[in-house]
Design a protein around this ligand. Sequence first.
Ligand SMILES: [Zn+2]
Length: 298
Amino acid sequence: MKNILLITLLIFTSLSCNQNKGKNSANDNAINSTSIKLYAQKNIFSTIGKFKIFSLTEREGVGNVNILIDPPADVLQKFAPDSTFANSVRAFLIKTDKEIYLVDTGFGRNVFSLMDSLGVTPDMVTSVLITHMHGDHIGGLLIDGKPTFPNAKIVVSAKEFEYWTSKTEMTKLPENRRGNFTVAQKIFDLYGHRVHVQQPAVLALDGNNSYQEFPDGIQMIAAYGHTPGHVMYLVKDGAQQLLIWGDLMHAYEIQTAHPEISVKYDIDPIMASQTRIQVLKYVKAQNIPAIGMHMPSK
Ligand SMILES: [Zn+2]
């Protein structure tokens, strides 16, 4: 591997008081501080025991605070005075001696050339572990309407599968907003028996999550809210762990300090904020490094 670089940032943030429309405001659950070890770099990334983990970064850039739901003015002034925040779009590739996993697929743009630069072609991928069925995570599963990974299992949480295959849920939306349902259903149809629907573990702050390991020491953990069945993947080998938390956050710097603030992409913003607060407590209590699909590299 070339240019192997591991950046560990220890980020201390404070959860400060803020208004929240939900029943359980952040203040009910607030912790005074949290520390997150953030590992990120353009390509390589980290070794967790037998797992070699690579970040496949499709885009580095900035997002606009207009995606935030009711951000207080003082928070914007402090964290995003120019109305932007750093973010990215990325997927992860995890290699062991026997398996090659992808965690999400990005938009499906340069993710394939990034894989290629690591010597991985789509037919070598043994499992695609999906955090949720939004386009910037599943875009690489179909190219020109055809399945991209001829040998991989496609792993998705039970709730996520149920939601995106539900006609009732789809018809709650106006016709011009049903595209995501159509794409998700097409993916499930075309991958057929290779779609594995998995019941995730429930997060426990003491680290004793009700794990059912899938597969090979990678554990799917429920983190519902962003989508109804959004999950994280905990990569674990002995004492070494890394949590890939999917779309727990979109505006990293703002939402680690203020996890009560959700974004317009969160299908259930109140549940999403409660989940964010719990997961931040978990990574702090267990001292687990975490990374997300929209976390900036810096
Ligand atoms: Zn996303």
